[in-house]
Design a protein around this ligand. Structure first.
Ligand SMILES: [Fe+2]
Length: 203
């Protein structure tokens, strides 16, 4: 059994359509995400990570220029795990606790949503935009290529993929239209609220 495994998708591949087609989910998950997981397992063979979790590999390789290939594959696997769990065809609304924090840090939910879309549209080339929680406040963080918020000490609530492979089949170059629809229709606020409340309990 490989050490790092590909977690199952939290819904059927056609569950996000028409905003994200089944064909996009299939290629994204079976080719891109699975490819990163396979690459990690190849790279860690005999490399001293026999008992390490994905998070431990990420932290250990983050500042090691000799381990760039493994750090990139691990970052992509971790980001994709977070991405799938950030989406849902029936994500509901932020809980009262998360809604109050959103009001404190962004004013209103629509302001946060607009800022999230703008951050993703403005991100140059490939990467990720994340809603995170750190030091008592919510943050919107963009990371380039395989960069993660984990290695910056942020806890992820929602992570969105802005690599072209996330939307090109359905929207070609139109990242803004893709992101607007994802933010309006597919964000799993129920999951984000559960993650936020778990962090509150740990404080
Ligand atoms: Fe991706």
């Amino acid at each position: 059994m490989p050490q790092i495994t590909l977690p199952p998708l939290p819904w059927a591949k056609d569950a996000l359509a028409p905003v994200i087609s089944a064909a996009t989910v299939d290629k994204h998950y079976e080719a891109h995400h699975a490819g990163y997981v396979k690459r990690i397992n190849t790279l860690i063979e005999g490399a001293g990570y026999a008992d390490s979790s994905l998070e431990e590999i990420l932290i250990a390789t983050a500042s090691d220029p000799e381990a760039r290939a493994l750090a990139n594959a691990a970052g992509q696997a971790w980001n994709h795990d977070r991405y799938w769990e950030s989406l849902s065809p029936d994500g509901g609304e932020p809980s009262a606790t998360l809604a109050a924090q959103i009001e404190t840090d962004f004013g209103a939910l629509i302001d946060l949503e607009d800022a999230l879309v703008a951050k993703g549209v403005g991100h140059f080339a490939s990467g990720w935009v994340s809603l995170t929680y750190k030091d008592g406040a919510l943050h919107l963080i963009e990371t380039h290529d395989a960069g993660t918020v984990l290695t910056q000490g942020h806890a992820p609530l929602l992570v969105l993929d802005v690599w072209e492979h996330a939307y090109y089949l359905d929207y070609q170059h139109d990242r803004e239209r893709h992101l607007r629809l994802v933010v309006d229709e597919l964000l799993d606020w129920r999951g984000a609220s559960a993650r936020f409340e778990a962090l509150q309990r740990r404080r």
